[in-house]
Design a protein around this ligand. Structure first.
Ligand code: F0G
Length: 473
């Protein structure tokens, strides 16, 4: 194998070996069911990994959302839940943690990320507005559309190319932002929707130079900049690793600086923040805060709990502090990279460079004989589950959905299958099992056939759509 340890990790610790900054105190048994049972499960689930019962899954790489292992400190915090309907002490701890580590002024808690997306979209989008962003995310774009807006992708072209080695493939193209202003007028652009590590591009980071340039550009037109901070801590790892001047700055300081160029953020705390449920919206402007704080009582819960129990908010406040520790972030991204380097060495086509939270298999190169209309990435999720009980997720044409204007499938350039690594959950041996299974199905790729969609829900179809195999039986 080529080097497992990225340069900065070796430099930081002065030696090659490293390991997780924790040890295991409680375990959850898992086991692999038989191939026959897995084959039956696939048919019952309509070849959609979201519809599989988790008891039928061996290693669950569906998502890194809400799947983290909490620390003993977080579990201890759960016992300190103040379940008062109003003014829970845990809410104040949460506010303090967000202000300390992200630096925003006003906080509105929500049950998870999409609750916060709903609030910000309804608060500041007017029908007919345009919202530029660095590649769409499924729930983010849907909430922008439901508020009457149109999402416009302004990510750099390199992001759509799975093998382009650009170090910051999450960056926005300022020329594309400028072109949008020229086309629709600044008054129809309420904000720039900037995501830290771009999920759909393969977990690719945004540079500090880029967020600074976006801020400068937005100030010229009086446009606000809001951040999807869901995996922003992981983004900071890449800035520390790759951007001049940041090698010796702690992750926490990089995070604070990055956020200082934005007007607020929404957060799925189920990712970076190391909890199983929760989210928040944080904004600096009083007017947006007023609206969001009023709306949260309609859709989520009172503005001092927003759908979370007091104990959840305490675990979240502690999780935020743990999530910005350099040791934690290095080992988290290091594990993802370990799996990526195994697959790269074995010649399996994956998105390069490897991002922060997942390995993305490139289904177009994996199954060149399966047309995109037959869902190659969905096919790959099914093949992997059948081979080893490993659950992954489609991030291609199914996730992209239909164009609201034409009703046609959107055919994204990236047709990917995501192997998402939960935080602090699996070991290196689990990564080896996953890599070996991917290698095995890659070896047998010629025999694989595509799928046809036989049921399609109206919204976010990838969660509930059903499929059958095309061709023979
Ligand atoms: N933004 C990003 C970048 C996300 O990845 C997600 C969720 C959300 C917002 C919405 O947050 O799930 O808490 O409501 N992503 C999950 C995933 C579902 O598997 O990538 P949520």
């Amino acid at each position: 194998m080529s080097t497992i340890i990225p340069q900065t990790m070796g430099q930081q610790y002065g030696r090659r070996s490293w390991a997780e900054p924790w040890k295991i105190k409680m375990v959850e048994p898992i086991h692999m069911i038989s191939r026959e049972e897995r084959a039956q499960n696939l048919i019952d689930a309509g070849f959609n990994t979201f519809l599989l019962p988790s008891d039928g899954v061996y290693i669950d790489l569906l998502t890194d959302s809400g799947t983290s292992a909490m620390s003993d400190r977080q579990w201890a915090g759960m016992m300190l839940g103040d379940e008062a309907y109003a003014g829970s002490r845990n809410f104040y701890h949460l506010v303090e943690a967000i202000q300390t580590y992200y630096g925003y002024k006003h906080i509105v808690p929500t049950h998870q990320g999409r609750g916060a997306e709903h609030l910000i979209s309804q608060a500041i989008i007017t029908k007919g507005d345009y919202i530029p962003g660095n590649m769409y995310f499924t729930t983010t774009r849907l909430h922008q559309e439901l508020a009457g807006g149109t999402f416009v992708d302004v990510i750099i072209d390199e992001a759509h190319d799975p093998i382009n080695p650009h170090p910051f493939k999450g960056n926005m193209d300022i020329a594309k932002l400028e072109a949008l202003v020229n086309k629709v007028g600044a008054e129809h652009i309420p904000y720039v929707s900037l995501a830290g590590t771009v999920n759909m591009a393969g977990g690719q980071p945004v540079s500090m130079a880029n967020v600074r340039a976006i801020r400068q550009w937005a100030d010229r037109y009086g446009i606000r900049v809001y951040l999807d901070a869901t995996r922003m801590v992981e983004n900071c790892f890449f800035i520390q690793e790759r951007e001049d001047g940041y090698a010796n700055m702690p992750i926490a300081a990089i995070l604070k600086e990055f956020c200082s160029y934005t007007d607020g953020a929404w957060m799925s705390a189920k990712k970076d923040n190391l909890v199983n449920i929760g989210g928040w919206l944080a904004v600096n402007h009083e007017d947006v805060f007023e609206k969001a704080r009023n709306m949260v009582v309609v859709y989520e819960g009172l503005h001092t709990y927003g759908g979370m129990a007091g104990r959840d908010m305490e675990a979240l406040a502690i999780g935020i502090a743990e999530s910005v520790s350099d040791d934690h972030v290095h080992s988290r991204v290091g594990q993802v990279r370990y799996l990526g380097e195994l697959l790269t060495d074995w010649g399996v086509p994956i998105v390069q460079p490897v991002g922060g939270h997942a390995i993305f298999l490139d289904a177009k190169r994996f199954y060149p004989h399966i047309p995109q209309s037959q869902f190659p990435s969905q096919t790959l999720t099914a093949a992997l589950y059948l081979d080893s009980g490993v659950r992954s997720m489609e991030r291609g044409v199914v996730s992209a959905g239909r164009d609201p204007e034409t009703g046609d499938h959107r055919y994204p350039a990236l047709e990917l299958t995501r192997l998402t690594i939960p935080r602090r959950v699996y070991t290196q041996a689990h990564m080896d099992v996953v890599a070996e299974s991917v290698k095995a199905i890659y070896g047998a790729r010629d025999q694989e056939r595509g799928l046809k969609m036989v049921y399609e829900p109206d919204y976010l179809r990838f969660f509930q759509a059903r499929f059958e195999r095309v061709g023979r039986g």
